[in-house]
Design a protein around this ligand. Structure first.
Ligand SMILES: CC(C)(COP(=O)(O)OP(=O)(O)OC[C@H]1O[C@@H](n2cnc3c(N)ncnc32)[C@H](O)[C@@H]1OP(=O)(O)O)[C@@H](O)C(=O)NCCC(=O)NCCS
Length: 187
């Protein structure tokens, strides 16, 4: 599917807009929807920090940390909204090596519409254009072929393999690390 990534004017402070999506800060009221969508095992098992089952109230507690993390330039979590509906999450999280790690998930009812690719594209542009990062990283578990496809579509390059703990699975899983440099993204 050809996706037009042309950005639209930003809809408000702290928000980004892509062709079909609004990337906005989470609100505490998003908590129950996050718990429903990210609480599916098929979503949680592909993420490192999301617990399974997702405890009631945990999403709101996570959202309550966001302002401080943004203020510290440590994390930029965005709710992905399509036609007023929360469909997923994309975020940049600064890791111990100083680089931002791009992560994302889309609720299962919304898979296969190009939302992850479009939202990730918006977040990457934010990292390079607004945060002036020279390089970001990402990656996916080796058994996550859909996310591999998203990264390939976005132009990430594969860097190395590691083992990464998945909270939902309860064990470390083979992980394929990817990288994207600003110039590579521009190309
Ligand atoms: C991975 C995920 C984010 C993809 O979201 P999405 O909005 O459906 O992604 P997109 O529609 O932008 O692109 C998905 C691509 O993967 C392809 N795909 C889907 N399932 C696949 C599979 N099992 N094997 C290979 N490719 C697959 C789709 O066909 C599509 O490629 P195409 O555009 O060339 O047809 C979503 O499935 C998800 O949230 N999964 C659980 C959490 C997760 O994996 N997060 C990422 C952690 S690294």
């Amino acid at each position: 599917m050809a996706v037009d990534y042309a950005p639209r004017p930003a809809p408000g402070a702290g928000m980004l807009a892509t062709k079909r999506l609004v990337l906005r800060p989470f609100r505490l009221s998003d908590g129950p929807t996050v718990e429903t969508l990210a609480g599916e095992f098929d979503v949680a098992k592909m993420l490192d920090v999301v617990p399974f089952p997702y405890p009631e109230g945990a999403a709101a507690r996570w959202i309550a940390t966001h302002d401080d993390k943004r203020g510290a330039n440590a994390e930029y979590p965005f709710a992905i909204e399509h036609e007023g509906e929360l469909v997923g999450c994309v975020g940049l999280n600064r890791e111990t090596d100083g680089l931002f790690h791009l992560g994302y998930w889309i609720g299962m009812p919304y898979w296969g519409k190009g939302f992850a690719t479009e939202a990730a594209h918006g977040a990457i542009a934010f990292a390079f254009d607004e945060l002036s990062e020279p390089e970001i990283k990402s990656g996916h578990y080796a058994d996550n072929h859909a996310s591999g496809r998203v990264m390939t579509k976005l132009g990430f390059r594969y860097a190395k393999e590691s083992m990464r703990f998945s909270k939902a699975r309860g064990h470390a899983v083979r992980f394929l690390d990817t990288r994207m440099e600003r110039e590579r993204f521009r190309r």
